[in-house]
Design a protein around this ligand. Structure first.
Ligand code: F6P
Length: 366
């Protein structure tokens, strides 16, 4: 019987439980045994009780659970070949040769590296006398499929990542709360949101809440000049009768000298304008909580396709990433997507902001 494992890795994101549930149930539906790897890559390294066979009922009710119920961890051991060799031994011991990883670009890159090393790791395990050649024969190749679980929506080649719309929803809800108290006191608020090097959450939240101003990494603000522009815009809105100001700052916001723009600096500019100004850093409330419907169905459809992809893959098929493009679930080469995602950072560093945006939007058609 075919054995598949599913794991979550990197920062948790709402919808990861829906993805695990879908992989478990689709796997069982297609006649496979499905294992959950608990605690991310740490679970692969330690094996034993962290590699658990899942039954249909084990994932009951998971659609409405926040976080990741199988845990996640940042694992240094898996970054070393020695750790990956141990992980390969643990998988072969259980008879698993296919892995669905739900995580960000770092976790998915690690997974693809594991796949490319796998044949040599297996060979070493035979040479070390851990397994006989006959024992490993059915496991000469590892299949990897990636699902992007991240609130940041920072992966090229897919329109949305699992968790991004849930975090966006939470941010909008929080900004609405903030706006109510801000209007009461005629205050200005600087709201710092997550997103790492990506401004998607800040931009979409700013549009959805009607913020006065938004700072994002992909559109660096002119150093030494943005303060005057910000003040002009906020004052213009006050002149039109607005009782409050909301400025959304992405945590990765930059000026065009590639220096971070901090919430404190933004506050200073608004105070200079004479506004009673407060800062709210939303933090991890953005990441916790239950998934919105979008992330639940996205993770479910992608989880089912991940199992199908595993069953269809040959050793030559490049590891696929299951994405979504114009409302259709698609498969794109995982490493192509990772490469494009990395080139966004390079474009930002060289201040080619239009290129950064177009690279993030680059689409693959199968
Ligand atoms: O990648 C998801 C994310 O929430 C980012 O938006 C943020 O920069 C980072 O993870 C925070 O990581 P941690 O929870 O380890 O502090």
């Amino acid at each position: 019987k075919r054995k598949i494992a599913v794991m979550t890795s990197g920062g948790d994101s709402p919808g990861m439980n829906s993805a695990v549930r879908a992989v478990v149930r689709a796997g069982i539906y297609y006649g496979c045994d499905v294992y959950a790897v608990y605690e991310g890559y740490e679970g692969l390294l330690q094996g034993g009780d962290l590699l658990r066979k899942m039954e249909w009922q084990d994932v009951r009710g998971w659609l409405s659970e926040g976080g990741t119920l199988i845990g996640t961890a940042r694992c240094m051991g898996f970054k070393e070949r020695k750790g990956r060799k141990q992980a390969a031994a643990n998988l072969i011991t259980q008879g698993i040769d296919a892995l669905v990883v739900c995580g960000g670009d770092g976790s998915l890159t690690g997974a693809d590296l594991f796949r490319s090393e796998w044949p040599s790791l297996v060979e070493e395990l035979v040479n070390d006398g851990v397994f006989t050649a006959e024992r490993v024969e059915p496991y000469r190749n590892l299949k990897i499929v990636g699902l992007v679980g991240s609130i940041d929506n920072d992966m090229s080649g897919t329109d949305s990542t699992i968790g991004a719309y849930s975090a966006l929803e939470r941010i909008c809800e929080m900004v609405d709360y903030i706006d109510a108290t801000a209007k009461s006191h005629s205050r200005a608020f600087v709201v710092e949101v997550m997103g790492r090097h990506c401004g998607w959450l800040a931009l979409m939240a700013g549009i959805a809440t009607g913020a006065d101003y938004i700072f994002i990494p992909e559109r660096a603000a002119p150093a030494g000049e943005w303060q005057a522009e910000l003040k002009k815009v906020c004052q213009a809105h006050r002149d039109k009768g607005r009782r409050n100001n909301t400025v959304i700052v992405a945590e990765g916001a930059l000026d065009n000298n590639l220096k971070s723009i901090t919430a404190e600096e933004v506050k200073d500019a608004l105070v200079d304008l004479g506004l009673d100004t407060k800062i709210t850093t939303l933090g991890h409330v953005q990441r916790g909580g239950t998934a919105v419907a979008h992330d639940r169905w996205l993770a479910t459809l992608q989880g089912v396709d991940a199992v199908k992809a595993i069953l269809e893959m040959t050793p030559e098929t490049p590891s696929p990433l299951i994405g979504i493009l114009e409302n259709k679930i698609i498969r794109v080469p995982l490493m192509e997507s990772v490469k494009l995602t990395k080139s966004v950072a390079t474009a930002i560093e060289s201040q080619d902001f239009d290129k950064a945006i177009s690279l993030r939007d680059t689409e693959f058609i199968e």
